[in-house]
Design a protein around this ligand. Structure first.
Ligand code: ZN
Length: 232
C-alpha cells in the first residue's frame, strides 16, 4: 500500500500556508510511477497556490521495493545529526516488518531487501539509482572518500553532499548538491576503473567499510558527524 497524509507547509516566497498530500509510505512494486518520480526528482514537488512558487515536501517516508531489493526510511535533512538514534529506531522497524521479529513469510521477503536510512531527497534518489544499476552502495561511498583525496577542490561543508547523479558504462556523473535546497554546486565525472580498484582491494578498505556499515545510514557523512557509534 502507498499511504498519503495531509501536510501543511508555508510558502517561502509569500508565506501562504497550504495543504498537500505527502507520502508516508510508498510501495514501489504497486506504484512504479512513484519510484520513477523519486528517480527523476519530481516526487512531492508542489506549487504554491497563491504565488506559484515551486516547493518540495520533505521526505518522511518508508519505501518498499521488492523488485529492486530495497527498503528504506527517508527523513528530512535537518535530522541528520540524530542519525544514531534514528538508525536504532529504523532498524527496529525493519526487524518488525521484514527482519528477525517478522513472520516467516515476511522474513523471506526481507532476506532480499537492502535496508537503509537516508536524509533528504538527493541521498534517497541515489540509493534507488545505485540499486537499479546493481551497484554496492558501500563501495560507492568508499569511492567518494577516495575522490575527496584526489579532487583539487571540493565544496565540502555541512548541508552539502556528494551524490551520484547518473551511472553509465564509462563511470559516474557526480554532483555536489545542497541537500535542503537541492541546488547543484559542481559536477564532475569519475571513471569506473576507480571503483574497480577499490573492489580489487577489499582488505585495504575493510576498516572504512566496517565503519560505514555500522547501522543503516550508509553514507560517508557519518564519518565526520560527531563521535559515532564507537564512542557510545
Ligand atoms: Zn507562495
Amino acid at each position: 500500500m502507498s499511504l498519503f497524509e495531509t501536510t501543511t507547509i508555508q510558502c517561502p516566497a509569500c508565506a501562504t500556508t497550504s495543504d498537500f498530500e505527502a507520502a508516508g509510505s510508498v510501495n514501489a512494486d504497486r506504484r512504479p510511477d512513484l519510484r520513477d518520480a523519486i528517480l527523476d526528482n519530481t516526487f512531492q514537488n508542489v506549487t504554491c497556490p497563491s504565488c506559484g512558487e515551486a516547493m518540495r515536501l520533505e521526505p518522511v517516508l518508508n519505501y518498499l521495493d521488492v523488485e529492486l531489493g530495497l527498503w528504506l526510511a527517508a527523513y528530512p535533512p535537518r535530522q541528520i545529526g540524530d542519525y544514531l538514534a534514528l538508525e536504532d529506531q529504523v532498524q527496529g522497524l525493519f526487524d518488525e516488518s521484514y527482519g528477525a521479529a517478522a513472520s516467516e513469510a515476511a522474513q523471506t521477503v526481507g532476506a532480499s531487501l537492502r535496508p537503509r536510512l537516508t536524509f533528504g531527497w538527493p541521498g534517497t534518489c541515489e540509493k534507488l539509482l545505485l540499486q537499479q544499476h546493481g551497484l554496492d552502495d558501500v563501495a560507492i561511498e568508499l569511492l567518494k572518500l577516495d575522490l575527496l583525496r584526489r579532487l583539487p577542490e571540493a565544496p565540502l561543508r555541512p548541508g552539502v553532499e556528494l551524490r551520484v547523479e547518473r551511472v553509465s558504462e564509462a563511470g559516474f556523473d557526480f554532483i555536489w548538491i545542497e541537500t535542503a535546497s537541492e541546488d547543484i554546486l559542481q559536477r564532475f565525472q569519475a571513471k569506473r576503473a576507480l571503483l574497480s580498484e577499490i573492489e580489487a582491494n577489499p582488505d585495504g578498505w575493510a576498516p572504512l567499510r566496517s565503519s560505514l556499515t555500522q547501522g543503516l545510514f550508509v553514507d560517508m557523512q557519518k564519518l565526520y558527524l560527531g563521535a559515532g557509534r564507537d564512542a557510545a
